[in-house]
Design a binder for this molecule. Structure first.
Ligand code: KIV
Ligand code: ZN
Length: 515
């Protein structure tokens, strides 16, 4: 049993991960069914107390993912989100009931702005809260209730609705800073006020759910814990709506490293953090910024002479935690062209990628190609190789060949052959630079109305033979998809990333949002 009895474990903070729900809600971060199962398995293994697996009423796909995650769950509580509607709550229960430890999470916006939208008076909303929480509690012993936009709800009204939810049977009350508006001192005071003023508040657990619009999500979550909250809602890499949510790796490592002033513990196996970060970055298509706390590529890199000298003499001079604490092994020469399939699979597993036999075949071919072209293959090369490693045979579009002519005098030309369904098509076309010519060629062979709204290139390892990782984001009728690819040739990586995004647009990732 991982859910916590508050009075017996005052110093423990529960980690509630919502990467698969709030994280997946960020535009373009939609994940496939299999990807969601893999992430949930890792979260369970690394000691996440509660996994919010999705929003079952949102779509058939969400429902199936939550149900399957519930069936496969081990020690984590599996939670499904629902609005304050009977049908939503029933659907959430239908999905989570397969878990060893199921939880229903139901919410309603309680601030004046949200009451206007739902056209409910304060009293009418109180009735809805009473009915929805009672209904959820009749289905499940473990019920979480959230007053959405709590930080902009009047104090008196917030106390009143929290009391109603507790009386109706909520076992966890989550206090969301939905728009990332609050500041740390307020975040702590709000929880303190609720604990002081609401009858029955000491019988339940208060949770904090912060968004990062002003860059204060981690600070606000930790302040809420100082105020008495004992559950932090967070996501891997801080993925989430707009500027994202509190990052799991930040709160967990802050509590570990500064336990002297924040004397609360979590159950997280921190050595799995890097693996989870890489996995989420890969499946969401949201690369981690280089200077991101804890998991950024530069978080443990020391380049300046003074820093390097200090590090060599004593690592503690500039490092407050060790790379091993988050599961980061030193970047080393790992594989070469003589390495076999089993070694590749085991190395990829260490890096956080669980792959099936078919995918391994495809990745192995590309690994061998890379090993032929590149002298040294580093961990980062392998991570890059894994991007865009779906099964090409099942995709609508596949790059067959590409030859680009560049130069100072004259337009750049791309000669491209593309498999479109069962047919191979070729074209020779010009553009304003090699990437533009390549994209023009793809568009002429596969006409579409999707708009390219992001194109990003970065080198993942050093040297002129480094792999370039290209990310593209495209939009068509409000539907956003991403594509990522890596190659030692930037133009080839660009073509593959663009093609992957088009494949995603055509074949995968249909998602119906709730109204
Ligand atoms: O940010 C928010 O208010 C939410 C709720 C649904 C908990 O995500
Ligand atoms: Zn949220």
């Amino acid at each position: 049993m991982t859910d916590m009895n508050k009075t017996s474990q005052k110093d423990r903070v529960l980690i509630f991960d919502t990467t698969l729900r709030d994280g997946e809600q960020s535009p373009g971060a939609t994940m496939t069914h299999v990807e969601k199962l893999e992430i949930a398995e890792l979260l369970d293994d690394m000691g996440v107390d509660i996994i919010e697996a999705g929003f079952p009423i949102a779509s058939e796909g969400d429902f199936k993912a939550v149900a399957e995650i519930a069936k496969r769950s081990k020690d984590s509580v599996i939670c499904g989100l629902s609005r304050a509607k009977t049908g939503d709550i029933d659907r959430a229960w239908e999905a989570v009931k397969f878990a060893n430890l199921p939880r229903i999470h139901t919410f309603i916006g309680t601030s004046p702005l949200h009451r206007d939208i739902t056209e409910l008076t304060q009293d009418a909303m109180c009735d809805v809260i009473h009915e929805s929480v009672t209904h959820a509690r009749n289905l499940c012993d473990n019920v979480q209730w959230s007053p959405m936009d709590a930080t902009r709800t009047e104090d008196d009204y917030l106390c009143k609705v929290v009391e109603i939810a507790i009386k109706a049977g909520a076992t966890t009350i989550n206090i969301p800073d939905t728009v990332g508006y609050t500041a740390p001192a307020e975040s702590a005071d709000l929880i303190r006020m609720l604990l002081e003023r609401v009858p029955g508040a000491d019988e339940i657990i208060f949770a904090t759910h912060c968004h990062n619009d002003l860059g204060m999500a981690t600070a606000n979550a930790l302040a809420a814990v100082a105020g008495g909250a004992r559950q932090i809602e967070c996501t891997i890499n801080g993925l989430g709506e707009r500027a994202g949510n509190t990052a799991l790796e930040e709160v967990v490592m802050a509590l570990k490293v500064r336990n002297d002033i924040m004397p609360w513990t979590t159950r997280i196996d921190t050595t799995q953090i890097m693996k989870a970060s890489r996995m989420v970055a890969q499946v969401s298509g949201f690369a981690v910024q280089f200077n991101k706390a804890i998991v950024g590529k530069n978080a443990f890199a020391h380049e300046s002479g003074i820093h390097q000298d200090g590090m060599l003499k004593n690592a503690e001079t500039f490092e407050i935690m060790r790379p091993e604490d988050i599961g980061l092994s030193e970047t080393s020469l790992v594989m070469g062209k003589h390495s076999g399939r089993a070694a590749l699979r085991s190395k990829l597993e260490n890096l956080g990628f669980t792959i099936g036999d078919n995918q391994l075949k495809d990745v192995f071919v590309r690994f061998k190609e890379l090993a032929d072209r590149k002298k040294e293959i580093f961990d980062d090369d392998l991570v890059a190789l894994m991007t865009g490693s779906s099964d090409p045979a099942s995709d609508m579009l596949e790059l067959v060949s590409l030859r680009v002519v560049c130069g100072t005098d004259g337009p750049q030309t791309a000669a491209l052959t593309l498999r479109v369904g069962d047919a191979e098509k070729s074209v020779d076309i010009t553009g304003d630079g090699p990437v533009d010519a390549t994209f023009n060629a793809i568009k002429s062979l596969f006409p579409h109305s999707a708009r390219l709204n992001l194109y990003q290139v970065h080198a993942v390892t050093e040297g002129t033979d480094a792999q370039a990782t290209v990310s593209v984001r495209m939009e068509e009728n409000g539907k956003i998809v991403t594509g990522q690819s890596a190659d030692t040739d930037t133009v080839v990586a660009s073509a593959k990333a663009y093609i992957e995004a088009l494949n995603n647009l055509v074949t995968r990732r249909e998602k119906t949002a709730p109204e």
